[in-house]
Design a protein around this ligand. Sequence first.
Ligand code: HAM
Length: 412
Amino acid sequence: MFKRVPGTKDILPNETPSWQRIETEARKVFSLYNYQEIRTPIIEDAALFNRTLGATTEIVQKQMFIIHNQEDTYALRPEGTASIVRSYLENSLDKTSGFTKLYYIGPMFRLERPQKGRLRQFHHIGCEAIGSQDAALDVEVIALASQLLENFGITGYKIILNSLGCLKDKQALSSELEKNLSEKSKELCCDCQERLKKNVLRVLDCKNEKCRLIVKELSVNQSHLCPDCLSHFEEVKKGLKLLNIPFEIQDHLVRGLDYYNRTVFEITHSNLGSQDAIAAGGRYNNLVRELGGPELGGIGFAFGVERLFLAAGERVANSQKKLIYLITLGEAAKETGIKILNQLRKNNIACDTDYLSKSLKGALRAANDAAANLVLILGDDELKNNIITLKDMSQSTQKEVKLEDLVEELKC
Ligand code: HAM
């Protein structure tokens, strides 16, 4: 028997209602904030990610699913932001609508070592607002993330915030870190010794316990920020306070992707263990230009849907659907039954029947397994009298209804 690829997951019929609920809530909230859905391909030119996420990042170096096709190299998208900015420019959205708010829901792929909350195929619910550098937009995007969590029924999360500053500020921060870390380079893990040479900011989010201790001792603060970036960061903090959105400043938060500058944030949840980020995002004011477009700012975030479920526990409960189950006894009743099912469905009433010719007892058990609220029983006697028996499964009561009154009765 074939098995699924490690780090992937079958989302089974008993789980899909929760997924649909999350997705429906997300679409509702995005629309409240005037975001429109975008669907980009799952495969992209691999160079897109090298260019935007950064050639020295974990994702590009170790985690891309690469497909070689003659002279082309494609990658299964590891994240959505790069693809969306690529699509924004390729489809000239910068020219048609300028400032654009987009959201997306779909699978992402990273060749990671699977563990709790870390999959090779996982799903993002995310958004990107492209075309503005206004700090009020950063506030709106973080408010949107927290409203999504509220609508998903998730509490107990923490919003962690930092500012990386502009390119110059990031360089200043890197030089300072290089200086401070070079004395301790021998104590860092092998990966961080490489990072120290190639991309020192990555050392700040290394998960190695020894590296974390060294990083903790460093005095990283906002001193690398230029006056403009400092004032942008102050405005973001002021806006969040105005909306009563609690947040925590964490100087070590740098995020693992190169395109970020200025505001970066993560949303963590204690239910998750070591992979505790349920969402992450930030600004990318150089990304549009990096991909050949004009000088336009952008900001966005993405929730990891599987991690939302880990955080929510039982709380993302399925809303109880209404299902009617028809049981027919005998050939004549079966024929009428086909017409009844058709009529109910045409009237937007969800219904099903038994296709395994079960006995009445077996069919009632099947109705129960299907979580039907009401069972309709149609046998020879009912057919002769032009009636049908309605059995309420939760109340254990039953009554008879004329066949011609059935739709009206079920609509109430
Ligand atoms: P990211 O931090 O790489 O950011 O991913 C966002 C979220 O996806 C994480 O916080 C986590 O919840 C989830 N996630 C990441 N990797 C995995 C995995 N292997 N298994 C399960 N869940 C995972 C981005 O991807 C950026 N594009 C976010 C963004 C949008 N920044 C600006 N706009």
